[in-house]
Design a binder for this molecule. Structure first.
Ligand code: C5J
Length: 223
């Protein structure tokens, strides 16, 4: 075990049983013209973490961790998109509508792709998920069990929506969850801060948080 000086207390990293999961670093959330922007958000806030997520990804790759990238997207016929999701609110573009990067949040369209700086390498896993949580209606749970994974390191967007939902799903399934504090972002900085606080509150009720530099240093540590 490699101790990481995490919050609210030390995280005992076990690299042989840890995976990195990068949530939804897609053009539709990070670039103008995508779903995030259609909801009225300033995408520069989430773009800013790309270099930090890349540093964490490089450290995990160097250590040989299992690496999982998720993409929130739907089938072209929208059969996996409940009307309650598509019809809610008043976005300038809804899921499935044509936009500057193709149809919004549709698998196979340019907007659903992961940004080039963080694109998956051969051997890394890419999970398309119709929900906010990555365990819902995907094979993620089976993949992790098959690999004997017990710890998940999280990065990605948005902190309070898909990252937090997936951490809670993982926590309920018995995984030890560590969120890289500076490798996650929200369109609402106060929501990011509140999510970090609620994750580590009450003795790590959902999991731990730590800066990317400490996680990367632990991953580089020779055991
Ligand atoms: C949202 C996500 N915010 N990836 N998706 O709708 O957090």
């Amino acid at each position: 075990m490699i101790p990481i000086a995490a919050e609210p207390f030390e995280f005992p990293l076990d690299p042989a049983h840890a995976a990195l999961i990068i949530i939804d670093m897609q053009r539709d959330f990070l670039e103008p013209g995508g779903f995030g922007a259609a909801l009225g958000n300033d995408v520069t806030l989430v773009q800013a973490i790309v270099p930090t997520v890349r540093a964490l990804l490089d450290a995990a790759r160097a250590r040989g961790l299992m690496i999982i990238h998720t993409r929130e997207c739907h089938r072209p016929d929208l059969s996996d998109c409940p009307p309650a999701k598509r019809d809610r609110g008043d976005p300038s573009l809804r899921i499935g509508d044509p936009g500057p990067m193709g149809r919004i949040l549709i698998a196979g369209e340019p907007g659903a792709e992961i940004v080039p700086e963080l694109a998956a390498l051969p051997g890394e896993h890419v999970i398309d998920k119709p929900g906010k949580g990555a365990f819902h209606a995907t094979s993620l749970g089976d993949m992790l069990v098959e690999r004997g994974i017990t710890q998940l390191i999280f990065a990605g967007v948005t902190t309070e929506v898909c990252v937090q939902t997936t951490m809670r799903e993982a926590n309920d399934r018995g995984y030890e969850c560590l969120l890289a504090e500076d490798a996650t972002a929200s369109y609402f900085p106060e929501f990011r801060r509140a999510t970090l606080d609620m994750i580590r509150a009450q003795g790590a009720i959902v999991g731990w948080t730590a800066p990317t530099a400490l996680i990367a240093a632990a991953l580089a540590h020779k055991t």
